[in-house]
Design a binder for this molecule. Structure first.
Ligand SMILES: CC(C)(COP(=O)(O)OP(=O)(O)OC[C@H]1O[C@@H](n2cnc3c(N)ncnc32)[C@H](O)[C@@H]1OP(=O)(O)O)[C@@H](O)C(=O)NCCC(=O)NCCS
Length: 149
């Protein structure tokens, strides 16, 4: 008689293996964080709004360097949840600037998870494009300072 439980476990493991990827080498690591049980939704996975908040924070790191002052998030252009995020995942956020305008900076943010029992192996769980605007003391858009030499 076949062992259904071990065959199911093998199938699940190979499905998970199929999503493993290498970390990006052309983007900057801007945040690492581990979600906790308080960040869960009703399914027991991590709440999407929590992930969005972390992406907003991580995404602001490179624009802050460029804006040298107050900024606001003006748009989430795209947000894709590719895989669920689980309690205890070690999440790594990688970012790159994709567009610099007169007052705005757009970044691409990719989020990779190391499952708690599969450290050193990475799944891309989320990808987003977010735009930030440099603002003055009155909250109005202000021109970005010249890029550092
Ligand atoms: C950010 C804010 C100051 C921009 O003011 P605004 O009058 O809309 O500004 P503008 O139309 O002059 O656009 C400013 C820049 O934002 C960009 N922008 C505006 N709307 C955008 C959108 N939907 N998507 C992408 N970029 C956008 C413009 O292209 C422009 O960029 P550029 O100067 O580099 O060409 C204003 O919209 C605001 O205060 N929004 C609320 C911000 C906030 O509270 N964020 C937190 C959310 S909880």
């Amino acid at each position: 008689m076949s062992d259904n439980s071990s065959s199911t476990a093998r199938t699940t493991a190979s499905a998970a293996e199929a999503h493993l990827v290498a970390l990006p080498t052309d983007k900057e690591l801007v945040l690492k964080v581990i979600p906790l049980p308080a960040d869960c939704n009703a399914n027991g996975d991590i709440f999407g709004g929590w992930v969005m908040a972390q992406v907003d924070l991580a995404g602001s790191v490179l624009p802050a360097r460029r804006a040298q002052g107050r900024m606001a998030t003006v748009a989430v252009n795209e947000f894709v949840f590719k895989q669920p995020v689980r309690v205890g995942d070690l999440l790594s956020f990688y970012s790159e600037i994709t567009h610099v305008g007169r007052t705005s900076i757009t970044v691409n943010v990719e989020v990779y998870a190391e499952r708690i029992r599969n450290q050193g192996r990475y799944l891309k769980v989320t990808e987003a494009s977010v735009t930030y605007v440099a603002i003055d003391d009155a909250g109005r858009p202000r021109p970005l300072p010249p890029a550092p030499a």
